[in-house]
Design a protein around this ligand. Structure first.
Ligand code: NAP
Length: 290
């Protein structure tokens, strides 16, 4: 007999999670503000709880996947949650998650927070992983069930940490992909297609993560660790002047320039703070607000 689990929230993500628990043989109870969204899951064997109290009573483990943390309060405030392990996998800011930890213990429950690192179709697939934070003992107690969703990557006792990692990853992901779209739009102004550019973009993005002269994730990490940012043949000043040309190119292409200008301004702020002869990594000083 697999452990029972309750899923609160049936947006695309909650639905994928409930379906995955069901497929793996977990008795699954679901609750959603809009009850009709549960119909396909009930067909697959889920039990639809009529109220949040019923949903919480059905299982010790309660997985929550809603738009934000406000949704959890509007769904569960006032419900009987004593002894429950709430695992909120919704997006939020670290401070919101810390407050939620206090709210849960104030109501006799315990909270694990999580940041889900795949879209709904990836849930339960081999590459899926979720950042978890909060009391590790809770994760250990329910790891077997939670592992059905993806790898359980524990990052610390502070409730805020799971979404600190999650937001950091999202920033990296979204800024890389929107920069890719900016690059495509620049090239389109001269009739170059996205498909013609894609192999070059792939080369750049892939090389960032590997070791070697273009392996800038390793290079930047090592420089930040050492606290030194040698300019060598690639001074920040040279790169800031190059960023001016990038903004001029975007303007001439008639595309949105907000992203290129933000990047250019960041580099020039570091130059003006005295880092012109240093390397790109010296920009970390401006980013840190130093
Ligand atoms: N989708 C993704 O690719 C993805 C990937 C990683 C992480 N995430 C995160 O996972 C969470 C869920 O994702 P999703 O795509 O399912 O998002 P979503 O579509 O925004 O979630 C909708 C769910 O939240 C509920 N909800 C919203 N406001 C509510 C309120 N005030 N009271 C009660 N219920 C409320 C909705 O109920 P109703 O059905 O009644 O409206 C529904 O169950 C989000 O925090 C998202 O950032 C999503």
């Amino acid at each position: 007999m697999k452990a029972p689990v309750t899923v609160v929230g049936l947006g695309p993500m909650g639905k994928a999670m409930a379906a995955t628990f069901l497929k793996n043989g977990h008795p699954t109870t679901v609750w959603n503000r809009t009850a009709s969204k549960a119909a396909p899951l009930v067909e697959q064997g889920a039990t639809l709880a009529a109220t949040p109290d019923e949903a919480l009573a059905a299982s010790e483990l309660v997985v929550i996947s809603q738009t934000d943390y406000k949704a959890m309060y509007s769904s569960l405030d006032g419900a009987q949650m004593k002894g429950r392990v709430l695992v909120n996998l919704s997006s939020g800011s670290p401070d919101e998650l810390r407050r939620a930890g206090e709210w849960a213990s104030g109501n006799g429950a315990e909270l694990l927070t999580g940041g889900v690192m795949v879209p709904p179709p990836g849930i339960g697939q081999p590459s899926a992983y979720i950042f978890y934070s909060g009391p590790e003992e809770l994760l250990d107690r329910h790891r077997e069930t939670l592992r059905e969703l993806g790898d359980t990557t524990y990052v610390g006792a502070d409730h805020g940490l799971s979404n600190l990692y999650y937001q950091a990853q999202l920033y990296l992901f979204w800024s890389t992909l929107t920069a890719y779209m900016h690059s495509i739009a620049m090239l389109e102004s001269a009739g170059v297609s996205a498909e013609q550019f894609r192999p070059f973009a792939t080369e750049t993005v892939t090389s960032l993560g590997i070791d070697g002269p273009m392996g800038f994730l390793r290079i930047i990490t090592d420089e930040i660790g050492a606290g030194t940012y040698p300019g060598g043949d690639n001074t920040l000043l040279m790169q800031a002047v190059g960023a001016d040309h990038m903004v001029e190119t975007a303007e001439a292409a008639g595309i949105d320039t907000l992203g290129p200008r933000a990047l250019r301004d960041l580099l020039w702020r570091a130059v003006n703070a005295g880092h012109g002869a240093d390397g790109l990594t010296s920009v970390i000083n401006v980013i840190r607000g130093a």
